[in-house]
Ligand binder design. Structure first.
Ligand SMILES: *Cc1c(COP(=O)(O)O)cnc(C)c1O
Length: 475
């Protein structure tokens, strides 16, 4: 791409993102030789955000009175935008973006800059009607640095990334800031995204792997759980054709009722893995269900009535059975998560800790990893005796002020809505239309910001299945 103006703009991405968040796309003055704004007013993009793959139509109003073609520069990428008679805008096709975040957009015609600079926000490939969720990567980076600074010396650090997009951004930031040994992810797509983003650390899928995915696992150097001996046989057959070695982890369900084999089945599974020419037993793992601050002491006393002690003993027994059979000598033993590290239960550290939530914890509002806002599209006062929702079970008993918001995905965690600093109840939730009770916010008006919060204790555990469009600030 040629730079038709012969100089580069140096507005920082962070500065620009903050401006965009504040609803202001104007240049913040840190650009060198920024041209004065056009005489005819502001620049507007419709829409002002879109998915990373680009290809969508973006109509641009440069404020100029020209119907000739213009060139739009989205970050570093230029696209030609013919004039669109129908909308009286210039019709650009958004180029693909690198990572979620806000880029500067500038326009030129015949080699001269036209209009003001503005901003376009790239998000993950979510449903663009859903309010954009913004991730503050600076907070994640700071958490990662703190975790690394306090981390026990002789224990490997595995980061667990199961709170969804943008998993590649999270992985890069955390690898960079905490020099992690491992990244653990719930699904293969996440593992591929991490490798494609250039993550060097070892990567393991947590819960299950499909046999048909084995060539991909080999290609991307991704480790997976070995489900059972039948899975091992099927995997070995495929690996005999791909060549290479697939590293697998043997999960023991010691009392969680989730991933892994029951303890008696651990040794037979280890035998199957060690007997397969193309499989390597890289890890033996379990997951605790009921970590508490009392566990360290309970372990000391071997209090078998304590759930964690029971799980630990079953795990240690399974590992000993495997090792006594001369197997799994080099396998990493891993079991503890954030709660084990948080409580400093050293007896559960083993060779590696799998730390998830701690990377995403925050003390809102100063350092929230996530910010999620939308706007009231409509505000009205319903008369007394007015039905709310189908069935009219709970009509208004006096005039009631309400506000509408839209396209809020249903989530496993309750959401809180705040308008004008006041948390407001939900009267009706149909997802595509949500009616908020604004009785306590008499000044609320259409266009006002609505802050959407996950429940406080679950704040870092975003439901990864919702197709949210997610962007980032903080670089
Ligand atoms: C979620 C999870 C972790 C991480 O737990 P946090 O409490 O988020 O640290 C570790 N291991 C497994 C198997 C998990 O499912």
């Amino acid at each position: 791409m040629t730079d038709i103006r012969g100089h580069r703009l140096v507005t920082s991405l962070l500065g620009l993102s903050l401006l965009a968040l504040a609803g202001c796309g104007q240049d913040d003055g840190s650009s060198q030789k920024a041209l004065p704004p056009s005489a005819s007013g502001s620049v507007a993009l419709s829409p002002s955000h879109g998915g990373l793959t680009g290809g969508n139509l973006v109509l641009a109003d440069t404020g100029e009175d020209s119907d000739g073609p213009i060139t739009a520069r989205f970050g570093e990428t230029e696209v030609e935008c013919p004039f669109d008679e129908r909308s009286s805008r210039h019709a650009c096709t958004a180029p693909s973006g690198g990572t979620p975040g806000t880029v500067e957009v500038s326009f030129a015609a015949g080699g001269n800059e036209v209009g003001e600079k503005t901003a376009y926000t790239y998000t993950t490939q979510g449903t663009q009607d859903i309010p954009v969720l913004t991730v503050d990567t600076e907070t994640v980076r700071r958490n990662a640095e703190e975790i690394r600074a306090d981390f026990p010396q002789d224990v490997q650090l595995g980061a667990v990334l199961k709170n969804g997009e943008p998993v590649d951004v999270f992985g890069k930031v955390i690898e960079d800031a905490a020099d992690v040994d491992y990244l653990f992810v719930p699904k293969l797509d996440d593992a591929i995204a991490l490798r494609e983003a250039g993550v060097q650390a070892r990567i393991a899928v947590l819960y299950a792997a499909q046999i048909e995915d084995i060539p991909l696992l080999v290609h991307y150097d991704v480790e997976v759980p070995a489900t059972d001996p039948a899975w091992v046989d099927a995997a070995e057959q495929v690996l005999a054709t791909t060549g290479g070695t697939l590293k697998v982890h043997l999960w023991v369900d010691t009392g969680m009722g989730r991933e892994g084999v029951v303890p008696e089945e651990a040794l037979p599974l280890a035998r199957a893995v060690e007997g397969a020419a193309h499989l390597e037993l890289a890890g033996i793992a379990t997951h605790f269900s009921t970590i508490t601050a009392e566990d360290a002491e309970a372990i000391e006393r071997n209090d078998t009535a304590n759930t964690t002690v029971a799980q630990k003993n079953r795990f240690d027994g399974a590992v000993a059975a495997i090792r006594n059979a001369g197997l799994g000598q080099d396998a990493l033993i891993h079991a503890g998560a954030s709660d084990v590290l948080d409580h400093g239960i050293e007896a559960l550290y083993y060779d590696l800790l799998r730390v998830g939530g701690m990377f995403f914890s925050s003390s809102p509002p100063e350092s929230s990893v996530y910010s999620w806002t939308t706007e009231l599209t409509q505000v009205k006062t319903l008369p007394e005796g007015w039905c709310i929702d189908y069935g009219c079970t709970d009509p208004t008993t006096s005039p009631k002020k309400v506000g509408l918001i839209h396209h809020i995905p249903s989530r496993e965690n309750e959401l809180d809505y705040t308008v004008g600093g006041q948390q407001v109840p939900v009267l009706l939730d149909h997802g595509t239309v949500v009616t908020l009770d604004l009785s306590q916010v008499p000044d609320a008006a259409a266009g006002d910001e609505v802050v959407i919060d996950f429940s406080a204790e679950a704040f870092h555990m975003l439901d990864a299945t919702a197709p949210l469009p997610v962007t980032t600030t903080g670089g």
